[in-house]
Design a protein around this ligand. Structure first.
Ligand code: DC
Length: 205
């Protein structure tokens, strides 16, 4: 049986942590689709053409080094605007979503484009200030040389680019449930997501 949970939303809203927690809770597989775009973004920074990089993407490339840097995030957001890059990544995401035993995919367009028939769709959001603060703490804990203001500017710039591109812009699906984590602890946000998904699971007898 396949059961797909689509979790979309802007950077640092908490979707990664919620997705991992949901996957662990229900025993579902988890795909952070942002990593696909980040891997293409990194290849582009290294001098490869973005469409060729997307077509040649491998599991080894996803596992190589740290993809969660501010520079790679910006590059990912830029390559994600290119329709051919997005098209090259669709099949992999859809096959992942259909695997037996359940799957959680998090990204920007999962509920709208990749898995419009997902059994559950969540759109996780938070104010840009809260998200920038979280991202700043995350990056500075890794020793990155960033300031809170820089991170806020980066987050806002990426929001605008991700939401305003013409192909698969970031937006809640019409049937998505909104989860604003601005004033929620991660435990509370995860508990809400788990409760919502539990209601949608087919009854077992
Ligand atoms: O989720 P993230 O911050 O790792 O994503 C990095 C960038 O990749 C994001 O700014 C836009 C792009 N992205 C996308 O366009 N579609 C997705 N499903 C996931 C990420």
């Amino acid at each position: 049986m396949s059961f797909t949970v689509a979790i979309d939303g802007p950077a640092a809203a908490g979707k990664g942590t919620i997705s991992k927690g949901v996957a662990a809770h229900f025993g579902f597989a988890h795909l952070d689709t942002g990593l696909l775009y980040r891997a293409v973004g990194r290849r582009t920074l290294e001098g490869m053409a973005p469409i060729a990089a997307a077509k040649a993407l491998t599991a080894e490339e996803l596992a190589r080094g740290d993809l969660r840097t501010a520079e790679i995030a910006q590059s990912a957001s830029k390559v994600a605007v290119i329709p051919e890059v997005r098209a090259a990544l669709i099949d992999f995401q859809r096959s992942f979503a259909c695997r037996a035993g359940g799957a959680v995919l998090d990204g920007r367009d999962i509920g709208t484009v990749i898995c419009p028939n997902a059994e559950v769709k969540l759109f996780v959001t938070a104010s840009s200030e809260v998200r920038a603060e979280r991202r700043y703490l995350e990056l500075s804990a890794k020793g990155a040389d960033v300031t809170p203001d820089q991170v806020l500017t980066d987050v806002r710039e990426r929001d605008v680019r991700d939401a305003e591109r013409s192909t698969a812009p970031m937006k809640p699906a019409d049937d998505a449930v909104l989860l604003d984590t601005s004033d929620l602890s991660i435990e509370d946000a995860l508990a809400k997501a788990v409760a919502f998904i539990a209601e949608k699971l087919p009854a077992t007898s």
